[in-house]
Ligand binder design. Structure first.
Ligand SMILES: [Zn+2]
Length: 465
């Protein structure tokens, strides 16, 4: 940041969402950062002899999204996603910073592996980026934090019937090992992100569901919601107790069960260092059995019964949920297709990163959530969680000029042909949306216009706290 740098871009709009609220005015950008926000006097419009001005009129200018939960698959699984494709999809969707998850091969659970992992991301990323590393080796945790890990991630799940996506090296389900991980991460001050699960209950419910309903996607969907999602709630309860014992900053991922939400709400009311994430697909796509029946393995993941979706929405709106992460989870069609016969042996998840802002803007247009709350959940809060407050996820002087311009009234239809993720499919094909990102600006450079990504691989920058 240097105030002597020339102004190189001015972005004008009648509706800019700054940290001080909506502004009818302009953002002045020098060397990639925001040097001023101003309400221009109409008689003296903001101008600068060397600066380019982009006037977006009535379109909204929002902070670029910070996605703290994306599966980019590099290294090891680049047949389904890599940084060049995943970050292009991100920029098309208004995401300017992508933080990936460590279930890659080899998983970044040592400093040496993390530095190699980061070098691959640096070569491919068009967006800015950082990494949630595997916090599975307690002796490596302090070194990983010093080397620039954004946060740590642990899956409390070992796959019994498949070897992916929860392979050794990323999963810890032994409570004593989990305690050691919590203690080690607590000393770093970083966040421990946890996929809450109970492996033995998961196996029991799988057996019961298979006996009752067979191996298809609907049976799998129901298995995870038996006893109201006890397989996930047991994981949440365990982690909340370990958090109390160690003081670690605990971030619970893809929360979606009423009892889990109640436990998190109670922990937060005690002022404990607990935050929670919701996924846009849980809120807006897989909240109907009809979607599961129609798209089968391509929609799985998870299914949210009506009462669970209602509890999740209440938590999103009342602040129990802090962050929305995309949980962008690309797999190839060939991996997904056998799930029609046996979902229990098929990897879960769907690609989401390109479309979740549009899905949420559509919900805003329908009055379900405000644009301000979307920005808090998708940009400001994840940046704060990772120690980037004031630099990422907000429009204010001194922040990186990461912006997404949105036409909130645009009616569009999501098309699979437009998917930029390497996996090449979406279950959202044909879905109408209201509100689309029309331009993404990453550190003062126009990185996407009307769906065309201009930023090149390697132009993204690693973000550190
Ligand atoms: Zn995930």
């Amino acid at each position: 940041m240097n105030a002597d740098q020339p102004v190189d871009l001015i972005v004008r709009s009648r509706r800019i969402l700054t940290t001080n609220g909506w502004l009818d005015g302009a953002i002045e950008i020098r060397g990639g950062w925001i040097s001023a926000t101003a309400t221009p006097d109409p008689s003296t419009p903001v101008q600068h002899p060397t600066a380019r001005t982009i006037d977006v009129g009535n379109h909204l200018v929002l902070p670029g999204l910070v996605d703290s939960h994306a599966h980019i698959r590099e290294p090891g699984f680049t047949d389904k996603e890599d940084w060049a494709h995943g970050s292009a999809a991100a920029l098309a969707g208004g995401v300017t910073t992508v933080v990936d998850m460590p279930n890659v091969n080899p998983p970044p659970n040592t400093v040496e592996r993390f530095l190699a992992h980061r070098a691959l991301a640096q070569a491919g990323a068009r967006s800015d980026f950082a990494h949630n590393v595997a916090g599975t080796v307690p002796s490596e945790i302090a070194g990983l934090a010093d080397a620039g890990a954004a946060a740590f991630k642990v899956f409390m799940v070992r796959d019994a019937r498949r070897t992916y996506p929860h392979m050794p090296g990323i999963a810890v389900d032994d409570h004593a090992e989990l305690l050691a991980v919590c203690e080690a991460v607590a000393t770093t001050g970083k966040v421990l992100m946890v996929h809450p699960h109970d492996s033995s209950l998961g196996e029991l419910y799988s057996q019961r569901a298979i006996a009752q309903w067979g191996r298809g996607p609907v049976s799998y969907a129901r298995s995870l919601r038996m006893n109201d999602g006890l397989v996930m709630d047991t994981g949440i309860a365990t982690m909340l107790l370990l958090q109390r014992a160690t003081g670690v900053r605990l971030h619970l991922l893809h929360v979606s069960t009423p009892n889990g939400i109640a436990m998190i709400r109670a922990a937060k009311a005690e002022g404990r260092a607990v935050t929670a994430e919701a996924n846009p697909f849980h809120m807006l796509v897989v909240n109907s059995m009809a979607t599961i029946e129609r798209h089968g393995p391509f929609a799985m993941g998870q299914w949210l019964p009506e009462a669970h979706a209602e509890a999740l929405w209440a938590a999103v709106l009342d602040g129990t949920i802090d962050v929305i992460g995309s949980d962008h989870t690309p797999h190839t069609r060939a991996e997904k297709e056998p799930g029609w016969q046996d979902m229990f042996a098929t990897p879960g998840g769907s690609p989401t990163i390109q479309h979740y802002l549009s899905l949420l803007l559509t919900a805003a247009a329908e009055g379900q959530i405000s644009v301000e709350r979307i920005v808090e959940l998708c940009a400001t809060a994840p940046a704060r969680l990772l120690g980037w407050a004031g630099r990422k996820g907000s429009i204010q002087v001194g922040a990186d000029a990461d912006l997404v311009v949105v036409d909130p009234d645009a009616q569009a239809t999501i098309r699979e042909a437009d998917v930029l993720s390497k996996c090449g499919w979406t279950i959202l094909d044909g879905r109408p949306v209201t509100g689309v990102p029309t331009m993404t600006i990453r550190r003062g450079e126009v990185a996407m216009v009307d769906g065309t990504v201009l930023a090149t691989p390697g132009s993204g920058r690693h973000v550190t706290a």
